[in-house]
Design a protein. Structure first.
Length: 538
């Protein structure tokens, strides 16, 4: 998983005293926190800093929330931002990376233990440090006594105890998919009644050299951005009474109403029946202008404004509300609306209203402006790589795969979200609780309306921002109930929520690695879901 922090981060602890580090509040989805402390087990007897949910603080930069696993020792000889440590010392090196934060803990307390990363502790409560003796941890060989979380061996690799439900058939299908080359690796998470009953990884993040896929791997979610980020953000704005579903788009963007788009509402955009085209290669013109002398135009705010202007000028391809056509352009416009109403970026609003309140530590956008300025850098051993891009001339890892989203700076309403399966599960569980009337994160009536198939468009399967199963052939299989919602992502990701079973399945793959023309997953995915539904029913 990527990780993040800047040189302003320090860990000012002193042996025998309980002082927390000064938060620097980076712009990623995880930020600084004040720490509750416990005694360090190294000979220095310094305090060990353990993060707790952050308290509000002022900063010149946008504060964000993070629950950080960190260990600090007052005998540290290393400087903040340095990985150099002397024998007999501990140092925590904080890195700032593509929207993520973690601590690189170099240890050589009374030994010459190798440097290792303390990863986010899958299966441990947010804001806690896995301690020696906890399930899944081993004690560090050095005298500092810090726990490490080993990579589990074998396939599948599971991050949680198996349940009584038999998912062997689904696991066999995913293993076969890896062997057949449908995708290099996959992570599946199954939840029922708000509890994870299966969470496993298969194959490799990369086939050459092979690096085992882990259950906590972060994926480029591609179009899962639409329901998880943009649609949820829009629901919150409706709840705040800043916009209504049946408001015309021209109320906020007067220039949008040309060429047959006068009567388009936000409901039409969410239900993919606005008349807008499915896709346009805006990135090509942006890349051309960047090559021909408009320095740093690619992935800039100016490029994003260019895309918005082009969408406003688009001609409707069919009469609004008469049929359904899945459209990236509609969700780009919804992302523009969020930015207009919040006077900030889409990722900032999602971070402050969704990711941080729900404790989603591995979910966020990667702002390419910061990436280009070297304020952030991905930790590639935590992210599933996607395509070897023919025009960016590299394998993409920690950088959005979608071409238009990249040209717009990495943050867009249709694509750009990164997350692990566990964080998707956490968000879905909250939305399902709202749907049942057990939570008020989003008004229950609002969630029910968004999760109901749009009745006004003939033969459409779309709800509002979410899809529903196709009656004949669905990627969710033929065993899924009629009361279900979900979505797919181009990179090989999917999420399906069966409301009758009170269960959902998250399937994440990087099937576009190293090329996007591999479509073998289309035949495999329905079978995997059917195996899961059958397992849940037995």
């Amino acid at each position: 998983m990527p990780s993040a922090c800047g040189p302003c981060c320090r860990i000012p602890t002193t042996c025998g005293k309980t002082r927390s580090r000064k938060p620097c509040a980076p712009d990623g989805p995880w930020g600084g926190s004040s720490g509750a402390v416990s005694r360090c087990s190294s000979p220095c007897s310094g305090p060990r800093t353990r993060s707790t949910p952050p308290a509000p603080f002022s900063s010149s930069r946008t504060p964000t929330s993070s629950r950080i696993v960190s260990i600090a020792c007052s005998r540290s000889s290393g400087r903040p931002g340095s990985s150099t440590v002397s024998r007999g010392s501990c140092s925590g090196r904080w890195l700032r990376a593509a929207g993520w934060r973690a601590c690189i803990h170099s240890t050589s307390c009374a030994s010459s233990s190798p440097t290792r990363r303390i990863p986010w502790a899958s299966g441990f409560p947010p804001g806690t440090i896995p301690r020696p003796g906890n399930a899944g941890t081993t004690r560090c060989r050095s005298a500092c006594g810090s726990p490490s979380i080993p990579r589990t061996a074998g396939s599948p690799r599971s991050s949680r105890p198996s349940s009584d439900v038999d998912f062997a058939a689904a696991d066999d299908l995913l293993r076969h998919g890896v062997e057949a080359g449908a995708f290099p690796g996959a992570v599946i998470l199954v939840s029922r009644a708000g509890k994870v009953v299966h969470h496993a990884a298969f194959g490799s993040r990369t086939p050459d050299p092979p690096e085992p896929m882990q259950p906590d791997t972060t994926f480029d979610l591609s179009s899962l951005t639409k329901p998880l980020a943009t649609t949820t953000a829009f629901m919150l704005l409706v709840q705040d009474r800043k916009v209504q579903l049946d408001d015309r788009v021209t109320r906020f963007f007067p220039n949008f109403g040309v060429h047959g788009k006068t009567y388009v509402t936000f409901r039409h955009l969410l239900a993919h029946c606005s008349g807008l085209a499915a896709w346009r290669p805006y990135f090509r013109e942006i890349a051309r202008r960047d090559r021909e002398g408009r320095l740093n135009f690619l992935a800039s705010r100016g490029a994003k404004e260019f895309v918005y202007e082009q969408i406003h000028r688009e001609k409707a391809e069919y009469e609004t509300g008469t049929r359904s056509l899945y459209s990236d352009l509609g969700f780009m416009t919804l992302g523009e609306l969020v930015e207009l109403l919040t006077r900030g970026s889409l990722d900032r609003f999602c971070r402050e209203r969704i990711f941080r309140p729900l404790g989603l530590r591995a979910m966020g956008f990667v702002d390419l402006t910061e990436l280009r300025a070297r304020k952030v850098a991905p930790l590639v051993d935590r992210i599933a790589p996607t395509e070897r891009c023919p025009w960016r001339l590299k394998v993409l890892c920690g950088e959005v795969h979608d071409d238009n989203a990249y040209a717009m700076g990495g943050v867009a309403g249709h694509a750009g979200l990164f997350a692990s399966a566990a964080d998707i599960d956490a968000l879905v569980c909250r939305l399902r609780a709202c749907w049942r009337g057990e939570d008020t994160f989003v008004a229950p009536g609002l969630v029910r309306e968004f999760w109901t198939r749009h009745p006004r468009v003939p033969q459409s399967t779309w709800a509002l921002g979410w899809d529903t199963p196709t009656p004949e052939v669905s990627s969710a299989g033929h065993r899924i109930s009629g009361r279900a919602v979900g979505h797919l992502g181009f990179t090989g990701t999917s999420l399906w929520i069966d409301l009758e079973r009170d269960a959902h399945v998250i399937l994440l793959t990087n099937r576009v690695h190293p090329r996007r023309d591999n479509e073998a997953i289309k035949a495999l995915r329905p079978a995997v879901h059917d195996a899961v539904w059958e397992g849940l029913d037995t």
